[in-house]
Design a protein around this ligand. Structure first.
Ligand code: FAD
Length: 401
């Protein structure tokens, strides 16, 4: 039996809670650092807004949460569950299949309580530095600040779970992209109930100018061609509108400001790397790992399987390929993106794929219920065929729930 390790987990959102649970199951000694006074990360809704609305000032007070008050999940409970703790078995006041954010927070609090994770968390503690201090045996110094007091602890392993929806990625150059992801879809529909006109712009080549069904004041346009100082916007479809407000629904940057690894791991706008299968930097594997980087997929299921993989790799119950093999795999992934004409921004973008979850699970002999992947594929099919407004009902009818 492998010696239990002292492991630091940074963040107490979905990723940090799962990592802590799996590490504890493998008898490792876990400390979870959480800068907020509560757990839940993204799902701990905070009504405050940052003083610098574009989030450009690095010294601004950072509000971690990017939830909006009206947000409902875009996945059903079944797809936001964990293998042995199911969201679909529980309700906390909002029984809808696609509940509001408070319901998800209640579920995560219940999860943390059930697995006795809360006592592992150092709340109000911001991690300011994670540094490899001995690259031979691999040890990390973790520096943190709690209520103005600095402390430094040494750990055998670090799991980075700090989320990636806090540092805005802006469309600063013109032509700009305003976005057509789930947030743009949600917000434009909501704003259309109070605004005179809403115009959504996307760089997708498939988009042709059109008015959205069921709305008298919501249009979809191609890419923005230019924005004048007075707010006049011209789209590539030739139409111009005079805008009072521009919302950037253009996503977030990867941001790991505390990580000091002598360039073993680099953090670019949308790429943390090199990371073997989005988790392990080959040179420091398995002692340093990242949970939750994949985007546009089933985050709860991905986070759970990555957490199990890390915990079992640290206990030496699963082995990883050699450093060179892992590095070659990463290089192959980068080459593949290039050949497909995809930029670095797509490094951790899963474009709604589920194969990854199967692959990670196969490393320790588990699988995902086929029913869950079928459900996900059905939701993607609804999105792709433009059924944005009716997919929740369609899903409920198809699965009889
Ligand atoms: P986070 O939830 O961001 O948690 C990170 C934690 O780390 C935070 O608590 C933060 O305070 C802490 N932290 C950060 N830096 C430090 C530091 N230096 N020191 C200490 N602590 C630190 N997923 C779905 O499955 N279904 C949905 O419907 C869905 N809707 C979404 C809607 C929006 C608007 C957004 C932004 C995301 C949505 N997601 C959805 C994806 C969501 O990101 C994941 O569900 C999940 O919350 C990610 O969890 P995480 O733990 O990786 O990150």
């Amino acid at each position: 039996m492998a010696t239990p390790l002292k492991v630091a987990v940074i963040g107490a959102g979905v990723a940090g809670l799962n990592a802590a649970r799996e590490l504890q199951r493998e008898s490792h000694h876990v400390v979870v650092f959480e800068t907020s006074h509560r757990l839940g990360g993204t799902w701990a809704y905070d009504p405050r807004i940052e003083s610098d609305l574009l989030g450009l000032d690095p010294n601004r007070e950072i509000i971690h949460g990017s939830m909006y008050k009206s947000l409902r999940t875009n996945l059903p409970r079944q797809l936001m569950s964990f293998t042995d703790f199911k969201f679909s078995d529980k309700t906390y006041g909002d029984e809808r299949l696609f509940p509001g954010h408070q319901e998800v927070l209640n579920f995560l609090e219940d999860f943390a309580g059930f697995f006795e994770l809360t006592e592992l968390i150092r709340f109000n503690t911001l991690v300011t530095r994670v540094e490899v201090v001995d690259s031979e045996i691999i040890e990390f110094e973790v520096e943190s600040v709690t209520n103005g007091l600095n402390s430094v602890d040494v750990f055998d392993a670090v799991v980075v779970c700090n989320g990636h929806n806090t540092e805005p990625r802006l469309a600063t150059d013109i032509p700009v992209v305003i976005g057509k992801g789930p947030s743009a879809m949600d917000l434009s529909r909501e704003i259309a109930t109070v605004a005179k006109e809403v115009h959504m712009s996307s760089r997708s080549p498939r988009i042709k100018v059109s008015k959205l069904e069921k709305f008298s004041n919501l249009w979809q346009h191609a890419k923005i061609n230019c924005i004048e100082k007075d707010g006049m916007i011209t789209f590539e479809d030739g139409i111009s509108v005079d805008a009072d407000i521009i919302f950037h629904c253009t996503g977030y940057k990867c941001h790991v400001p505390f990580l000091k690894t002598n360039d073993i791991v680099s953090v670019q706008e949308k790429r943390v790397g090199p990371l073997y299968k989005h988790v392990f930097p080959p040179k420091l594997a398995p002692r340093l790992s990242f949970v939750g980087l994949p985007e546009k997929s089933l985050s709860f299921l991905i986070i759970e399987c990555q957490s199990k993989w890390i915990a079992k790799a640290l206990s030496m119950k699963v082995s990883l390929p050699s450093k060179d093999e892992m590095l070659r795999d990463v290089e192959e992934h980068y080459r593949d993106l290039k050949e497909k004409g995809l930029s670095e921004a797509y490094t951790h973008s899963f474009e709604f794929q589920t194969d990854y979850i199967d692959w990670v699970n196969s490393q320790f002999g588990m699988g995902v219920e086929k029913k869950l992947t079928d459900m996900f594929k059905y939701i993607i099919h609804c999105f792709m065929s433009g059924n944005i407004d009716g997919y929740m009902n369609a899903f409920s009818l198809k699965y009889g729930i």
